[in-house]
Design a protein around this ligand. Structure first.
Ligand SMILES: C[S@@+](CC[C@H](N)C(=O)[O-])C[C@H]1O[C@@H](n2cnc3c(N)ncnc32)[C@H](O)[C@@H]1O
Length: 401
């Protein structure tokens, strides 16, 4: 029988080889902690797969809690930069395994405070942490929106649920000179984990990675609007931030009519990460930006409006009665060509505009740095913000520059 130790080493060897783990400290804790202590009853092969293990779903089957995929956990630990002696706040304890990794990184002189909103997890996490000997972890049952003020300041706050905003308490409770905030945010429909550090009167993200987490619950929960545009096996919806106007009925009517297709001549090899760069760049450039997301069973199944785009959707824009989105078609054996499909009365003009943006990105921006995200407190006047696309949320003004 393959032992936990062997499976763990095999997983970490693979993550190191794929450069998903690049920090020696993170590698060491991944090799030390027996993940099965936090996932009782889950077969060892699944415990040590580089995949998420969902541990609770709602009545519609949507994940409410999980142990995140080890590769993503490793990336976030690296972004958190936890060091011996530090004090870390984690939001979203779930199984407790990440709190245990943090506990090893900060060592006996450090402390980890981890907050979980769901009472179903507190006990199990506590048992796992005790069995792993993580006695420098304090588990708190409550809404992470408020942090743990009595234990502040923290050297880092690591949020492990998908947030729509940066809670004021997280910023208030960070060390003002050096505290790092690692948080998965949904911005204009795009879901990325950002690592922020303080810079004067605001925070700037010095790292980011594409990711998706279970949504944050409680006071900070934020619904995303989804406008169903296609039904059946290819069901797809347009996800828009609720501060962006969109007439669902008019856009559905537009979508029922055939598309105008415009191909850009811009090509990419399969699995090219520059598509992520294009998405982010368009999110910053377009007045109205959202994600057209496949929600039917044929995700990534092949040609068709969304078939070849990433499983987590494609960039879209719209006006009152016309909608356009970026798509791909196969070009030769390994490459894809970017195109734009548009539906509605102004489809030809909107497709031409969006295709021009894609060509502009290809000529001028492709391969360049990612747009930089800065977070300011709500109420910061416009003239104090860096240039860029402003996304206003209850607690923060985010600028994608
Ligand atoms: C993806 S899981 C966390 C993964 C985990 N840290 C690990 O070790 O892999 C997200 C967790 O956040 C919790 N959560 C959601 N909203 C929360 C909130 N407002 N405060 C605290 N926990 C929350 C969920 O109940 C869920 O258990």
């Amino acid at each position: 029988m393959t032992t936990s130790r062997t499976l763990r080493d095999r997983l970490v060897d693979r993550l190191v080889a794929e450069r998903a783990v690049t920090s020696a400290e993170v590698e060491a804790v991944l090799r030390e902690v027996p993940r099965e202590l936090f996932l009782p009853g889950v077969p060892l092969e699944l415990v040590y797969a580089d995949d998420v293990v969902v541990t609770k779903r709602d009545e519609d089957g949507r994940a409410l809690s999980s142990a995140s995929a080890p590769g993503l956990v490793a990336d976030m630990l690296r972004m958190t930069r936890a060091r011996p002696g530090q004090r870390i706040l984690e939001i979203g304890t779930a199984t407790g395994v990440n709190a245990c990794y943090l506990s090893r990184l900060v060592g006996p002189e450090g402390r980890v405070y981890t907050v979980e909103i769901d009472p179903d997890f507190a006990e199990g996490a506590g048992r796992g942490l005790a069995a792993a000997g993580a006695d420098n972890v304090v588990t708190v049952l409550g809404d992470g929106e408020y942090g743990v003020p009595e234990a502040a300041p923290f050297d880092a706050v690591e949020v492990t649920a998908q947030a729509g905003d940066i809670a004021a308490a997280w910023l208030d409770q960070l060390n003002p000179a050096s505290g790092r905030l690692v948080v998965p945010l949904t911005l204009r429909g795009l879901s990325r984990t950002f690592a922020f550090r303080p810079e004067g009167d605001h925070w700037v993200a010095d790292e980011q990675l594409p990711s998706g987490f279970v949504p944050i619950r409680g006071e900070g929960a934020r619904a995303q609007r989804g406008i169903a545009l296609l039904g059946g096996d290819e069901a797809a919806e347009l996800r828009v931030d609720d501060d962006q106007p969109a007439d669902a009925q008019a856009l559905r009517a537009a979508f029922a009519a055939p598309a105008h297709q415009e191909w850009t001549g811009v090509t990419l090899p399969a699995h090219d990460r520059s598509l992520l760069h294009l998405d982010f760049w368009l999110a910053a450039s377009l007045e109205r930006y959202g994600r057209f997301v496949n929600v039917g069973p044929s995700v990534g199944a092949g040609p068709g409006p969304l078939g070849w785009t990433l499983p987590f959707g494609t960039s879209a824009t719209w006006d009152r009665d016309t909608v356009a989105y970026v798509t791909l078609r196969q070009n030769g054996l390994t490459d894809f060509e970017l195109g734009v499909w548009a539906h509605g009365p102004r489809r030809a003009a909107m497709a031409a505009d969006l295709a021009a943006q894609v060509r502009h990105w290809d000529r001028r921006r492709r391969g360049g740095p990612e747009p930089v995200v800065r977070a300011y407190r709500a109420g910061t006047p416009d003239h104090r913000l860096a240039p860029g696309r402003v996304v206003d949320r209850p607690h923060t003004r985010m600028v994608i520059g």
